[in-house]
Write a protein that binds this ligand. Sequence first.
Ligand code: TYD
Length: 209
Amino acid sequence: MPDARGLFLTFEGGDGSGKSTQSALLTEWLASLGRQVVHSREPGGTELGLELREIILHRRGYMAPRAEALLYAADRAHNIATVVRPALARGDIVIQDRYLDSSVAYQGAGRVLDPAEVRDVSLWATEGLLPDLTILLDLDVATGRDRLDDSRTRYDRLEAEAAEFHHRVRDAYLALAAAEPQRFLVLDATLPIDELSTRIRERVSDLLA
Ligand code: TYD
């Protein structure tokens, strides 16, 4: 990652874990400190990504797991090359909802592909970019499902998967965090919103110091 001078912070977690709430709060806080912050997400952080997102999440019919993994990787490759790396090169802080750990957890463990191969595909796609910090909002699967908005008329292809799929995803996230404790901050997503944001700020402050 030779051109990166900024900070790359990612949020991970299952459905309903509160990633978007916490990443928005962190973005606001850092901006209030006068930092240049770019808030991004995968899939769909770019125009191309929005088209890919529609295909990945809402296309009807069977999609081969490797095709799904490559579509996420394509979205990621474009987002990193056109949004994230330029921002990091400017010295900005990039806060992103989901990154390669999502692929390892959902496609690697959820779809039962080889997690190491899925990670390698993402590392190829991004020329080896890893986050400086990954905040994992850990939540038990049933609670996450309950938190999804009941009024939703359509669930995406991943949300519609059975509970066992989401249990594999959660276990994979926890294993990833255990394997790289210096990169991950694991938080209990059932904590109150302001307590979570305080803990996240403390950890990010250490990185800024
Ligand atoms: P997202 O829009 O972040 O949904 P949510 O609000 O539930 O977090 O992500 C859409 C779905 O895509 C989500 O179910 C997780 C899945 N996903 C993968 O399976 N692999 C990936 O690499 C990424 C980035 C997301």
